[in-house]
Ligand binder design. Structure first.
Ligand SMILES: *Cc1c(COP(=O)(O)O)cnc(C)c1O
Length: 238
């Protein structure tokens, strides 16, 4: 086994253990490879283990990776902040946009999809940490937001996504994930089909699984450290 395969095996056993602890079926939890900055050959190696979901953050990385990976079954989710001028490029290459975080963005995706006569799966990104630098819909506006984008018929709402706060205090991160779960229940109650909960990364996936994650997004623990801090890839607000 090479390093990537070994790391994936470790993640799978972490998923298994966390699911057991939470009395959940590990098959309910999908692993998404967070592949920003990762070379296509390393992504191919990871896909060869049977993982099928990858998540990308930057529009400019999509085309090259699409070309290199197109003969290997996989699905690409967009998980970075999406600028409206990149919509056209992004919808060419992705199956799902997990980072819908404003009405303006949602409406522009809808318009573009109408022109192309396509539809796309989306998640609503929620700012559960209340950090001003983070993107995402404010939790108090989530229901109103979901109800308003529901009218955009080219967008298939599939779930909610969040980035938990990075804190040494696990309970702070847990609060973020609990909040996302609560919002999911409220939205399901209003018949908005947010079945998927995308939460949990290399350092906090156990907490996310305990709190109900259905998709965890893992990068560093599989591919190693990235060249820049995450704020660079997230285009954090100033
Ligand atoms: C990079 C990234 C991840 C993965 O983070 P790691 O800590 O490297 O596992 C998850 N979600 C998003 C939105 C990311 O940008």
């Amino acid at each position: 086994m090479n390093q990537i395969e070994e790391n994936i095996a470790k993640i799978k056993s972490r998923i298994k253990k966390a699911s057991n602890d939470a009395v959940r079926n590990p098959n309910e939890i999908k692993l998404l490879l967070a592949t920003k900055t990762v070379e296509p050959q390393n992504i191919l190696c990871a896909l060869s283990t049977g993982v099928i979901l990858i998540g990308e953050n930057k529009a400019q990385e999509l085309k090259n990776k699409f070309e290199k990976l197109q003969n290997t079954p996989h699905q690409t989710h967009f998980i970075g902040h999406l600028q409206t001028n990149k919509i056209q490029e992004v919808i060419k290459y992705v199956d799902c946009i997990q980072s819908v975080d404003s009405f303006k963005l949602a409406a522009k995706i809808q318009s573009r999809l109408e022109l192309e006569n396509k539809t796309i799966d989306i998640f609503i990104q929620i700012n559960t940490s209340f950090e001003e630098s983070k993107f995402g819909i404010s939790p108090s506006l989530a229901i109103k937001f979901a109800q308003s984008i529901r009218r955009l018929d080219r967008l298939n709402i599939k779930g909610l996504m969040t980035i938990g706060t990075f804190s040494a205090e696990k309970e702070k991160t847990r609060k973020c994930f609990q909040l996302l779960k609560q919002l999911q229940l409220q939205l399901l109650d209003k018949n908005i089909p947010v079945e998927e909960l995308s939460m949990g990364m290399s350092n906090d996936l156990e907490i996310a699984i305990e709190e109900g994650a259905t998709i965890i997004r893992v990068g560093t623990a599989i591919f190693g450290k990235r060249p820049y801090p995450d704020s660079f890839y997230w285009n954090e607000k100033k």
